[in-house]
Design a protein around this ligand. Sequence first.
Ligand SMILES: *Cc1c(COP(=O)(O)O)cnc(C)c1O
Length: 455
Amino acid sequence: MPSLDLRAIPAVDKLLHTTEAAELIARFGRPLTLEAIRAAQEEVRARRDSEATMPAAEGLMERAEALLAGWTRPTLVPVVNATGVILHTNLGRAPLSSAAVQAIQGAAQGYSTLEYDLQKGERGSRHTHAEELLQRLTGAEAALVVNNNAAALLLALSGLARRGKVLIGRTQLIEIGGGFRIPDVLKQSGARLVEVGATNRVHLADYEEALAEGGIRLVLQAHRSNFQIVGFHSEPSRAELAGLAHHHGLPLVDDLGSGTLLDTAAYGLKHEPTVSEALADGADIVTFSGDKLLGGPQVGILVGRADLIARLRKHPVARAVRADKLTLAGLSATLLHYLKDEAEREIPIWQMLATDAKIIRGRAKGWASALGTGEVIAGESAVGGGSLPGETLPTWYLALDSPHPERLLAALRAQRPPIIARLQDGRVALDPRTVLPQEEGALLLGVQKALQSLR
Ligand SMILES: *Cc1c(COP(=O)(O)O)cnc(C)c1O
């Protein structure tokens, strides 16, 4: 028989009166501490037929503390992004500008004019906050902000195509990350999908043929976002599609995905159609994300014809996917940067996109000398986040040699803040492009500690 005598487990009452317990109660509250002590006792009981010896009160309290630390450890914590992927979806896409952070804090701490008209002293609308800025910036008649771009598309389709058919070219039947598929969103909206053309080529005549059958409510165009078609490929231009849709009295809805207000070609990337260009081409509704190339908080933005936006604003789905006050505050502050022509200076992702490779090389060399190890190597940073598929920016990264690169990556992730790096040719690569200047100290300290931990 095992020597463990269950009656010897210190009683809860006794444990609760120890100084250790008092300290835990101060840190974690009484109910949770009590639960942890009981759980620690339970663990001892569960070990009854092992050769274990009875832990003293201190041992139990140590275990309770470990449990409490685990239960209360935050899961959403800041990390240093050294991957060189600027819009890293898993790492929260766009870091915000200081002004956006301040605006969010201001709206968070107290009450705000979220739905209050200061002039009239009566109820206002949450839709007023970003609309005027978006009108100015894109030239759109009207704008509407919702929770994210997937919601924007769901709203547009629910509001404008319900029980009707939606035309889309087979070249655009996309799935983006997180299981978001255009055909599924369409189904959810109650609309029916009518695919036209082939997977590589779609002609205007394919659309015309489908339109002749009738029952179509709108024509949809979707950005391919995360893949490219190469080779024998063609599809009608947005302007051609808009012309055709309008000829049949139908709207063209364009899911631009990332959506940009600046010309990406000025940053050595492929030219992405801007929101204004999509509208100028004749799109009646354009939808895009707030946290991709806009560089703001997570939102979905719809801009376009005033009559259509007014209809969508009244739709029940709009209420279900409305944006919250913190987001609206951060979005307005972000949009203001564009209006004041200071986006590249103030919005982190545009700073990152604009940083010259020579400057990045200097930073990587600085890291190498501060750490006394590593080699500075030419490589590529990615835009990511379903923007500009396949497009990269020249960069210089710090390559760290390790007999077990996977272990070094894990050790970097174990730092506070965690450092997320990537593997490149069997070495651990740290790309300065996506490391914010104020994070550099923490990064170097973390890398040092991670390297030491493996020695
Ligand atoms: C990213 C993307 C979406 C989804 O946007 P979220 O803001 O992540 O909801 C929808 N459509 C396209 C084409 C996209 O690139």
